[in-house]
Design a protein around this ligand. Sequence first.
Ligand code: FES
Ligand SMILES: [Fe+2]
Length: 457
Amino acid sequence: MEKKTMHSCGHGNSPRHLGSSVDVENGIVRREIFTDRRIYDEEQEKIFSRSWLFVGHENQIASPGDYILGRMGEESVIVTRDEKGKIHVLLNNCRHRGMRVCRYDRGNTSFFSCPYHGWTFSNEGKLVKVPKLDSAYHKKLDPSKWGLVEARAHVHRGTIWATWNQDGPSFEEYMGSSLFFFDAFIGMYDGGEGEWEAFGGIIKWKIPCNWKFGAENFSGDYYHNFSHSSADRVSFSPSGQKGRHTYDPVTRAEAPYRLNIAVDKTGHTALGQLFKGDHDYVPIYQEMPIVEEYFRQAFYKRREKLKEKARWFPHHGTIFPNLSYSRVTMSIASWHPSGPNETEVWRIFLVPKDAPTEVKDVMRHYAIRYQGPAGQTEQDDMENWLYAHEGSRGSVASRYPFNYEMGIGYEKRNWPVPWFGPNVQVTEGITEQNQRSYFEHWAKVMDDGPGQGDDEK
Ligand code: FES
Ligand SMILES: [Fe+2]
């Protein structure tokens, strides 16, 4: 069946669909998908108003009345916990004339009063007070019809997700086989049901590049380790040994598979290591006995609980479209679109709530060194992305597509362990499999609308 034309632009006069910007078989992606205003506007409609999007962590709104602001695409949302403990995700947009009803990043309240004309909404989103309802509206306005627009919300192991697609797939269907890989990230160190604490608020900053640069980088770019070579040359991780990652001493000792995971028909990807067999704890915090003991115990408990599946050690991943996670620092980043040429990054860091202060401090310091405002690796990445973006805009440069052909043809299924699932494509080592899979799904959603996860027929 021929796809319908959704879009036409620039190169020649022939109208075409967006799938032609992404040629996965040959590993070719046109630069316009990062810079074109019309493509960007279509993304807001076709991707951000329909996908499941991460909006916060339950721990950020622990008590009744707590709220934080979140974002869904370009739009501000209020993530609230009402008096009964239920979570709501509400469009931060007054139904009268569109003013933000909440202008604080976080707080605790039962009501949001619009600063423009005073319409007041409960933290469940109901319109509960309209000034001059009697004298000016003559009681003709029906407040029950003018509450804040509410998204469909879902909590998964403490992470809060929302979508405007009321009839779309469930969160689990949307995640498909990537749920195992996401759960490995969000799972506690001891494999148990403990709770994460989101510390220090949300770090927010702007980068002059398209939102997809961060999403694709975290989806699977081992190749750019070159960028971080200065961090790799020093003792950067809490282990006190040379290397950037906490797990470097472990992987040096064990030589596991380094794997790229792309989940069919979802755009979701993961990176991580699979230990080739059972392995013992490798000490990494020798200079900090309390921290060492905490992670040692957690290691054995996790292995006991997860058995063979404890062999999977997650690094990073991207949940389509704009959520990336990093187990290395226990952080979650959202790449919020702010126009085709600007991304607002929001990142939170997690520490185990019941861990000793020493453990929390080590994690906090490492996260700040690694990904904080004055950290090492984030700055390397931002510089790459902003120049890559600038390099996509020139009228000459934009004629030449990007190359994503690394590793085509080396993808494997049902390997190296069957429990990754049949809908998972795996490549070992350095490859651009995950980026291809991410952009293939991006093009499909832009042309056809969102799918139902990897169970889709
Ligand atoms: S815009 Fe909110 S009350 Fe008028
Ligand atoms: Fe990086």
